[in-house]
Design a protein around this ligand. Structure first.
Ligand SMILES: C[S@@+](CC[C@H](N)C(=O)[O-])C[C@H]1O[C@@H](n2cnc3c(N)ncnc32)[C@H](O)[C@@H]1O
Length: 168
């Protein structure tokens, strides 16, 4: 059944269940229109975003006719982030959402961009590093692993290898 004909797809937790069930049952995971052996997907994601990283922001603005900036502002507004809070931007990429979040947390808070792809993080650093008021944004590049059990609360990302990228 196509996903738009499937009402369960529009419920957050049911959607996640279906994705997990599919991976458990088949050992395969989807990325875009392609399907990979589960353990190969992270590598496919890395290769893809390595390639697009230098032009990611430009292409995103072009292809969305600039709407990406409006939805990012709306998304962060909906999170209702307050001064002093800590924010983890999972799949943070070039950091637009993290920057908006950091403006809300202020310097008493902390924002961490977590991404599998070093090239994506690097591509966004020129928007962050030169600005003292964004000094509370940090970076973690790591390879996440699926939580061993669906009932384990996912309070931190599961990862295999971690390399923190410091502000230099
Ligand atoms: C479409 S980009 C979004 C970037 C940014 N959040 C934005 O809105 O512009 C997706 C990002 O997710 C990252 N990513 C994909 N799968 C990931 C995973 N399993 N763990 C961490 N990062 C992942 C990619 O490297 C990429 O930077």
């Amino acid at each position: 059944m196509a996903f738009w004909q499937n009402p369960r797809w529009f419920d957050d937790s049911k959607r996640q269940e279906q994705i997990d069930d599919y991976i458990h049952a088949t050992g395969k995971a989807r990325f875009g229109i392609r399907e990979y052996a589960e353990e190969k997907k992270a590598e496919a994601v890395r290769i893809h975003f390595d390639r697009v990283a230098p032009k990611y922001d430009f292409m995103n603005s072009l292809l969305s006719f600039g709407i990406q900036h409006a939805w990012k502002r709306a998304a962060v507004r909906m999170l209702d982030i307050h001064a002093g809070e800590r924010v983890l931007d999972v799949c943070g990429g070039t950091g637009d959402l993290a920057i908006l979040a950091a403006r809300r947390t202020g310097p008493s808070g902390q924002v961490v961009i977590f991404d599998i792809n070093r090239a994506m993080i690097q591509a966004g650093r020129h928007k962050i590093d030169p600005f003292a008021d964004l000094g509370h944004i940090g970076y973690v590049q790591a390879t996440p692993r699926r939580s061993p059990s669906r009932t384990t609360p996912l309070t931190v990302p599961w990862w295999g290898s971690v390399s923190a990228m410091s502000r230099t």
